[in-house]
Write a protein that binds this ligand. Structure first.
Ligand code: ZN
Length: 566
C-alpha cells in the first residue's frame, strides 16, 4: 500500500469517526429512545428499494393491478426479511380489499357506420372509446354532421342551416388558436371551450359528439402500437368513505331560489382514431390528415351535413370482482403491558394508471414513504419501542384513501388501542431542510409537541404548518391516509414535502429524489415513533371538542372549517 493511499485511508477513518460522533451526539440529544436505531437510517440504504419501487416497469402501481400486487409482494417479503410479523388473522401480510371493477365490454360494445357503401362495425378499444366514469350502459342511433373547424374558435356559433337535431356531431380535437382566452375563469381554454360547446350542442338537439383525436395523440398511439386505454370504474365493497356534509350556508334574506336549469337529457361523448374517422366521414385517411393540417395553419374546414350516413353506438359493460392488498406488518412491543397498545406507521404504495402509454412512476408519490417505512422498521429491530408498531402500506390512496378507510374499519386490533398514526406520503422534494406537518395539532397536543421536541434535538428541519388548515385552498388536510385515522378519532399526521410541477406526471422519477432530505425526514419520523411508542400512556385527546374517545363514532365529525370562520 503506498504512503499516499495510507494517508487517504487515515483521512477517511477520521471522517467516519467525526460523522459517527456527530450521529451519536444527535442521538444522545434526542434521549435514549431511538439513539441506537437512528444510525441505521441512511440515504444509501434507501436507494435500491427506491429504484425498484419507483421503476417504470410497475406501470404506475395503480389499484387494483397485477403490478401493484407484485409491489405488495415485494414489500411483504422485505418486511418478513427485516423481522416484522404478519398480523392478519390468517397469518398473512395482506389485508385484501374487495372491489367491483366495471370496464367497457369489447365484445358487446360497437360503433356502426351505415352509408351508401353499406355497414361497417368499429371496435372498442381499437377504434373508439368513451368515458365510463359515470352513467350506465347506452345505445344511440343518429344521423351525422361534420362540424369541421366551426366549433373550435373563441366564439362558438352554429349556422342553423345545418340541423343538429337527432344527429352526432363530428369534431376535430386541436388546441384553440393561440391568444384564445378561457371564457370562464379558473379553467383552461380547451376545457371551457369544450364545456361551452356541449351546452350549445345540447341546446341545438344533438345526440352527442364524435371527437377525432388530435394528431399528437394519434401519432403517439400509432407509434407505440397502442389502443385506447380501457378505462374502469371501481366500486369498493365493505368500506365507508363518505364525508358528512357541512351544514348548508344560510341564504341571505331576499335572495332568489336557484334558477331551474335546462332539462338534462343524455348527451354522449365518443372519441375515435383517425382511421375510424375516415370510415365515419366517408373520406380517405389522407383527407383526415388534411383537415388537421388546415386547422393547424389556421385555415377553416367547412362544416357539412351527411344526409346519407348514420351512426349507431353501443356501450356495454363487463363487471368483475377483484382484490387489492393493504400490506400489514407488525413489531411486538417490548413492554409486557404496553405491547397491547399500538402505533400505526403508514404510507401508500399505490399510484396511478398509465394514460395512452405515458407511465407515471410515482417515485416521490409514494415509493418514498413506502421505502422509508422499510428502513424505519429495520432501525426498530435494534431497539423495539414499548408499544407494538403496526406498519401499513395502504392500497388505493389515489382512489380516495380507500385502503386506510378499510384498515380502520376492519382493524385487526381494537382501534381504541391505537395511540397515533404517522403517515409518510411524499417526503423527498422541495426545501431540503423543511417539511410540512398536517394534522399533528388537531386531536392531541402531545403529538405535535413530540415532533417539535424531537426535531429540535435531532435533525432540526423547519416544521412548516402552511397546509394544516382544512380550509386551506389545496385541501391537503383531506388528501392523504392520515385523514381516515383522524376520522376515527386517532391523532394523525401527514408528513409531506409538498407538490412540485412533477406531481402526478411522468417526471416523478427516482432520479429526482433528494435522498439527504429523505434520510432526515425518515429519522425524524423514527424518533417521534420511538417517543410516542414509549410514553406511559396513549396520547391524550385534548384538542377537538367533539373527539373524546377513539372509534367510529367520530366519523360524523365535520372537519371542513365553515366558510365564515376566522
Ligand atoms: Zn400520495
Amino acid at each position: 500500500m503506498s504512503t499516499r493511499r495510507r494517508t487517504w485511508w487515515l483521512a477517511l477513518a477520521l471522517m467516519v469517526a467525526v460523522v459517527a460522533a456527530g450521529l451519536a451526539a444527535q442521538g444522545a440529544r434526542a434521549g435514549a429512545a431511538g439513539a441506537r436505531g437512528v444510525k441505521l437510517i441512511t440515504a444509501a440504504d434507501m436507494k435500491a428499494p427506491m429504484r425498484f419501487l419507483g421503476a417504470r416497469e410497475f406501470r404506475g402501481r395503480p389499484a387494483p393491478s397485477v403490478e401493484l400486487d407484485i409491489a405488495s409482494r415485494y414489500i411483504a417479503l422485505e418486511a418478513e426479511r427485516i423481522g416484522l410479523k404478519p398480523l392478519m388473522p390468517n397469518g398473512s401480510f395482506f389485508q385484501d380489499l374487495p372491489v367491483e371493477v366495471t370496464t367497457m365490454s369489447s365484445a358487446r360494445s360497437h360503433l356502426r357506420v351505415s352509408g351508401p357503401g353499406g355497414e361497417l362495425r368499429l371496435s372498442f378499444p381499437q377504434a373508439f372509446t368513451t368515458s365510463i366514469r359515470t352513467g350506465g350502459e347506452w345505445t344511440a342511433l343518429g344521423g351525422l354532421v361534420f362540424a369541421g373547424s366551426a366549433l373550435n374558435g373563441a366564439e362558438l356559433k352554429w349556422d342553423d342551416a345545418i340541423d343538429l337535431r337527432g344527429r352526432w356531431v363530428v369534431l376535430l380535437e386541436y388546441a384553440p388558436p393561440p391568444g384564445t382566452t378561457a371564457p370562464s375563469a379558473g379553467t383552461t381554454p380547451a376545457a371551457s371551450t369544450a364545456a361551452a360547446r356541449t351546452r350549445l350542442l345540447r341546446e341545438k338537439g344533438a345526440i352527442g359528439t364524435i371527437t377525432v383525436i388530435s394528431r399528437e395523440r394519434e401519432e403517439n398511439l400509432a407509434k407505440q402500437g397502442l389502443t385506447f386505454d380501457v378505462g374502469e370504474r371501481l366500486r369498493w365493497l365493505d368500506v365507508d368513505t363518505v364525508n358528512p356534509a357541512p351544514p348548508p350556508a344560510p341564504r341571505p334574506a331576499g335572495s332568489p331560489a336557484q334558477a331551474p336549469s335546462a332539462p338534462a337529457g343524455p348527451f354522449y361523448a365518443v372519441e375515435v382514431r383517425h382511421d375510424a374517422a375516415a370510415a365515419i366521414l366517408g373520406v380517405t385517411a389522407d383527407q383526415v390528415r388534411g383537415y388537421f393540417a388546415a386547422v393547424a395553419a389556421n385555415q377553416p374546414v367547412a362544416a357539412r351535413a351527411m344526409a346519407d350516413r348514420s351512426l349507431d353506438v353501443a356501450v356495454m359493460f363487463e363487471r368483475t370482482r377483484r382484490t387489492t392488498p393493504n400490506v400489514v406488518a407488525y413489531l411486538p412491543g417490548s413492554d409486557p403491558v404496553l405491547k397491547d397498545e399500538y402505533l400505526v406507521i403508514g404510507s401508500h404504495h399505490d399510484h396511478l394508471n398509465a394514460r395512452e402509454g405515458r407511465i407515471l412512476p410515482g417515485a416521490d408519490d409514494n415509493a418514498s414513504g413506502s421505502v422509508a417505512m422499510l428502513t424505519l422498521a429495520k432501525a426498530m429491530m435494534v431497539e423495539r419501542p414499548k408499544r407494538s408498531v403496526i406498519f401499513v402500506w395502504h392500497t388505493a390512496e389515489e382512489r380516495g384513501l380507500v385502503g386506510a378507510y378499510y384498515f380502520v374499519q376492519h382493524c385487526p386490533v381494537p382501534v381504541e388501542k391505537i395511540t397515533a398514526n404517522l403517515n409518510l406520503d411524499m417526503i423527498t422534494r422541495n426545501d431540503p431542510n423543511g417539511i410540512y406537518l398536517i394534522g399533528s395539532n388537531k386531536i392531541s397536543s402531545e403529538l405535535d409537541k413530540s415532533f417539535k421536541d424531537v426535531n429540535a434535538a435531532s435533525v432540526k428541519l423547519t416544521l412548516d404548518y402552511k397546509y394544516e388548515d382544512p380550509g386551506e385552498p389545496n385541501r391537503f388536510f383531506f388528501r392523504s391516509d392520515h385523514y381516515p385515522y383522524m376520522r376515527y378519532g386517532i391523532p394523525g399526521v401527514w408528513i409531506f414535502c409538498g407538490t412540485t410541477p412533477d406531481y402526478h406526471t411522468e417526471r416523478d422519477v427516482e432520479e429526482r429524489v433528494d435522498y439527504a432530505k429523505m434520510e432526515k425526514v425518515t429519522r425524524l419520523t423514527y424518533l417521534v415513533a420511538m417517543d410516542v411508542g414509549n410514553r406511559p400512556a396513549l396520547l391524550p385527546l385534548d384538542l377537538h371538542p367533539e373527539i373524546k374517545t377513539r372509534g367510529p363514532q367520530n366519523m360524523k365529525v365535520v372537519w371542513q372549517r365553515p366558510a365564515t370562520a376566522r
